[in-house]
Design a protein around this ligand. Structure first.
Ligand code: CTP
Length: 396
């Protein structure tokens, strides 16, 4: 959440300007205060009224317009900003900033701000790849300006290549990382496992479970935002890959075991939010099994319990597990903390309708080694991730 954070957004003239409306809307939903400055050409693509309605603030376009309050607008906005974001940034605006030109409201205010400046460029591929534009970008990076790099794709002009405005999710993600002043995980490496595993029966079929990976991804994201180096070992999920995180994609419990063990020595903290399959088919059929018989018996053998193995070599690392239970939540979870030698366990009641696997929310009990229980009410998985990270930090 970005409660009370002050974002000043600059919008330049390009077809991607309409996507800036989504950025403003998302920032407002997260509790940020947003002021918008548009260039004159941006106002040809999308009206200031759109941004005024979304931000709830007067939108500035003209440097010399009749002031709505008696303050020097470019200076007051420059000072007010916790972050300055330019979405979408044209080659022209990047060139102006890189070369110290301040000749309109937006370029003047950027010049006057001491806040971090995040630039999300959008332009035709040939323009983006032009060495003059690339030199300007490099120069700005050297001065500490930050970039959400444009994506590859089909541009409005029909060309295919780099230059498409980055996904709004990625822009919001970068803003959240920059504005997160809690960097209490700096210097720590956190390994998170997420999602299900799949255990192949034959080339077509497999065994798996309902895990969505959302809880693990939320923990990985929050740890990254709080300054940690994050290694995310992910089973197959439909979630968007996380940026600035080392991601290792795995399929089976066996793959997850290998990935976890290969990275274990490098981490200080392991959070095992994954739901690896407990059993795999005893025998993999290299040919598709035909439906010749009325009944099919599938023999399964137990998979390695990865977390239990980690518990045996825990040392001074912090080890956090999850417990998915459909009955006797507390008793079963308490047994798992001790059996797997964990610092604490986060216990889920998977029978609850509004929380659990596919939901964006969760309600859990956190159970310590000494039996202490914290009941955490229903909240978003992102909020819960922060609580879990606070709890881990209190043990370090
Ligand atoms: N876990 C693991 N490797 C497995 C199975 C589970 O590392 N093969 C981890 C999970 O990531 C989770 C914890 O162990 O952090 C508990 O998982 P859960 O499915 O609740 O319990 P199990 O130990 O598998 O026991 P049961 O299925 O009997 O409840």
């Amino acid at each position: 959440m970005l409660n009370g954070k002050k974002v000043v957004m600059g919008i330049c003239g390009g077809i991607a300007a309409y996507k800036a409306a989504d950025v403003v809307s998302r920032l407002k939903k997260q509790g940020a205060e947003v002021d918008v400055i548009m260039t004159r050409s941006a106002a040809n693509f999308i009206t200031p009224l759109t941004f005024q309605s979304l931000s709830g603030n007067h939108v500035v376009v003209d440097m010399f317009e009749k002031p709505v309050s008696w303050e020097i607008k470019h200076i007051s906005l420059a000072k007010k900003a916790d972050i300055f974001v330019i979405v979408s940034a044209t080659a022209d605006m990047i060139g102006k900033i890189a070369n110290g030109i301040a000749d309109d409201m937006l370029s003047t205010t950027v010049m006057a701000t001491k806040a971090p400046v995040l630039i999300a460029p959008a332009m035709n591929t040939n323009m983006y790849e032009n060495p003059i534009v690339q030199n300007n970008i490099d120069k700005l990076k050297k001065y500490g300006y930050l970039f959400t790099e444009p994506a590859y794709g089909r541009l409005a002009c029909g060309d295919v290549g780099y230059g498409k405005l980055a996904a709004v999710d990625d822009i919001i993600d970068d803003i959240s990382v920059i504005l997160n002043d809690k960097k209490d995980y700096k210097g720590l490496t956190v390994m998170v496992t997420a999602g299900p595993t799949i255990e192949a029966i034959d080339p077509v079929r497999y065994i798996t479970n309902h895990s969505s990976g959302k809880m693990g991804y939320a923990i990985a994201k929050c740890a990254r935002n709080r300054g940690a180096e994050v290694i995310l070992i992910s089973g197959p999920t439909s979630l968007k890959p996380l940026r600035n995180v080392k991601v290792v994609n795995v399929l089976s419990n066996h793959d997850m075991y290998d990935a976890v063990m290969n990275n274990f020595d490098d981490c200080d903290i392991v959070v095992k939010a994954a739901a690896p399959a407990d059993y795999r088919p005893l025998k993999y059929s290299s040919q598709k099994i035909k439906k010749d018989d009325d009944n099919l018996v599938l023999y399964l053998e137990k998979n390695i319990d990865i977390l239990k193995e980690l518990g045996e070599r825990k040392g001074d690392k912090i080890l956090v597990g999850f417990a998915a239970e459909s009955q006797d939540l507390i008793k079963n979870a308490k047994d798992k903390v001790l059996k797997k030698n964990l610092d604490f366990i986060v216990a889920n009641n998977i029978m609850s309708k509004d929380t659990g696997f596919k939901s964006d929310d969760n309600a859990v009990c956190i159970i310590d080694r000494d039996g202490g229980i914290d009941n955490i009410p229903r909240m978003s998985k992102i909020e819960l991730a922060d609580i879990i990270l606070d709890k881990i930090k209190s043990l370090k």
